[in-house]
Design a protein around this ligand. Structure first.
Ligand code: LLP
Length: 407
C-alpha cells in the first residue's frame, strides 16, 4: 500500500495531493445506498468547496449527485466540467450582481437565499433578465453543534441564515410569494462542519418539523453537510451508513408522528466525500533538534494546508515503509512560526529525502491552498488501485503562474 506513495512521488514530485479514487467512489456509493426513503425523495448535493476541481465534479456527476457551489468560481468550474446547471444549488451570504447574473443566465437550478438583501438582488436581476429560478431559504436554526467556532454556523449571531419568524424572515417570504420569477421550494440549514454527535442532526430535524407544520405545501428540506471524518485515531465518526440510516429513520418517524409530509430531504456533504481519500505527500528536507523538539521540515506547509494554523486541526503522518517511535514535530517551510503541520507525532528517525505522508488532507486542503511566500501550489493526482492507474488532474504550479496577472 505504501508503495503507491513512493511511486506517485517519483512520477509527479512533491509536495503532492494524492486522492484514492476508489475510496471516493465507495463513500459516494454509501451515501446513495443509505440516504433513501419510501416516504419522500432524497437528494445528495456535493459541497464542492471541499474540493472544487473539474475531476471531482466529473466523478460526482457520474453518480447523478447534485452540486453545492458558493461562488462564481465554483459554479464556473462545475459548468466547465460539464455539470448540468439545473442540478446546481448556488449558495452565498453576499452574492454579487455579477454572480447572480451568471447563475441566472446559465440556468442554475436553485439559489439558496441568505437575507432579504440577497433575495431582493436576485428578484431584481431575475426580472431584468426574464428568468425564473427555484429558491431555498437558508435558516439559522440556532443549533450548537460542538465543533470549532470557525466552522460552527448555527449559533445565534452567525452570519449565515435567517432566524425563523424574525421580521426579516416574514419580509423574505412576502417578497418570495409576490415574485413572478422566483419559486419558493423549501428551507435549507447547515449546522456546522466536522460534526460527530448525531443528536445535532436530530435537533436540526426537530426544528425543521416545527417549521414545516406552518406550511401547506410539501417542502424541500436541506439539512446541509458537516458529517465528521477521521483525521487521527482519536476521531471516531460513525460510519456514513449509520449516520444516513439514523437521519432517514429519525425524519420518517418525526413526520409520521406529526402527520406531516415533505417533498424531498437533501444533504450537502463535502468533507466526508473527499477527506479521508486524500493525502499529501511531502519530502523531508532539513532536520533540526531544539532543546525540546526534533523537527522534520517538509517541502510544503501552511500554504498547502492552512487547517492546523487556522483551526488547530490535528493530523497523522507516516513515512512510507517505516515505523518508528521518535516524537517529532512536522513543520513547513513558510516564514511563520505557526507553520506547524503536526505538533507531535511518532515517526522513525528520518533522513533528508525521505517521504512523509500526511493523511486525510483531501477536504479543504487544496481548496484553501495559497501562494503565501510565493510557494507553488502542489499538483493533484487521482489514483485508482483497482485498475492500477493514476492521473494528473491538476498540474503543479510553475513560477510563471505566480506572475500571471502581474504588470
Ligand atoms: N453546506 C453548506 C451550506 C456549507 O456551508 C458547508 C461547509 C457544507 C455544506 C459542507 O460541509 P462539510 O460536509 O464539508 O463539513 N474550511 C473548513 C470547513 C468550512 C465548511 C464551510 N461550509 C475546514 O477546513 O474545516
Amino acid at each position: 500500500m505504501d508503495d503507491i506513495y513512493i511511486d506517485l512521488a517519483k512520477k509527479y514530485g512533491t509536495p503532492l495531493y494524492a486522492y484514492n479514487l476508489n475510496m471516493i467512489k465507495t463513500q459516494i456509493e454509501n451515501f446513495l445506498k443509505y440516504f433513501k426513503s419510501d416516504l419522500f425523495d432524497t437528494e445528495i448535493s456535493y459541497a464542492s468547496k471541499a474540493l472544487s476541481i473539474k475531476e471531482i465534479i466529473k466523478v460526482v456527476k457520474s453518480y447523478n449527485l447534485s452540486l453545492d457551489v458558493v461562488s462564481l468560481g465554483e459554479c464556473y468550474t462545475a459548468i466547465e466540467a460539464g455539470f448540468n446547471p439545473k442540478n446546481i444549488y448556488f449558495h452565498g451570504n453576499n452574492k454579487t450582481i455579477e454572480e447572480i447574473d451568471y447563475l441566472l443566465k446559465n440556468n442554475v437550478g436553485c439559489v439558496v437565499v441568505d437575507s432579504l438583501d440577497d433575495l431582493a438582488n436576485i428578484d431584481m436581476e431575475a426580472k431584468k433578465l426574464k428568468k425564473g429560478i427555484n429558491v431555498l431559504v437558508r435558516l439559522n436554526l440556532g443549533i450548537d453543534a460542538h465543533t470549532h467556532k470557525y466552522i460552527n454556523t448555527s449559533y445565534i449571531d452567525s452570519k449565515f441564515g435567517i432566524i425563523y419568524k424574525c421580521d426579516e424572515f416574514y419580509s423574505i417570504m412576502d417578497l418570495l410569494y409576490k415574485s413572478k420569477n422566483l419559486k419558493f421550494i423549501g428551507f435549507h440549514s447547515h449546522i456546522g462542519s466536522q460534526i460527530f454527535d448525531l443528536k445535532a442532526y436530530e435537533s436540526e430535524i426537530d426544528k425543521f418539523i416545527d417549521v414545516i407544520k406552518d406550511y401547506k405545501e410539501k417542502l424541500v428540506i436541506n439539512l446541509g453537510g458537516g458529517f465528521g471524518c477521521r483525521y487521527t485515531l482519536e476521531d471516531s465518526p460513525a460510519p456514513i451508513p449509520v449516520v444516513m440510516k439514523n437521519i432517514i429513520t429519525y425524519t420518517e418517524n418525526k413526520l409520521k408522528e406529526n402527520d406531516l409530509e415533505i417533498a424531498k430531504l437533501m444533504i450537502e456533504p463535502g468533507r466526508s466525500i473527499v477527506c479521508e481519500a486524500g493525502s499529501t505527500i511531502y519530502t523531508i528536507g532539513n532536520i533540526k533538534k531544539t532543546p525540546n523538539r526534533l523537527y522534520y521540515f517538509v517541502d510544503g506547509g501552511m500554504a498547502d494546508n492552512i487547517r492546523p494554523a487556522l483551526y488547530q486541526a490535528k493530523y497523522e503522518a507516516f513515512i512510507p515503509g517505516a515505523e518508528g517511535k521518535e516524537e517529532v514535530t512536522i513543520a513547513g517551510k513558510c516564514c511563520e512560526s505557526g507553520d506547524i503541520l503536526i505538533d507531535k507525532v511518532k515517526l522513525p528517525l528520518a533522513k533528508k529525502g525521505d517521504l512523509l505522508v500526511v493523511r486525510s488532507t483531501g477536504a479543504y486542503g487544496y481548496s484553501m491552498a495559497s501562494n503565501y511566500n510565493k510557494l507553488l501550489k502542489p499538483a493533484v493526482v487521482f489514483y485508482d488501485l483497482e485498475n492500477h492507474t493514476d492521473k494528473l488532474v491538476v498540474e503543479r504550479e510553475t513560477l510563471k503562474h505566480l506572475l500571471d496577472g502581474e504588470k
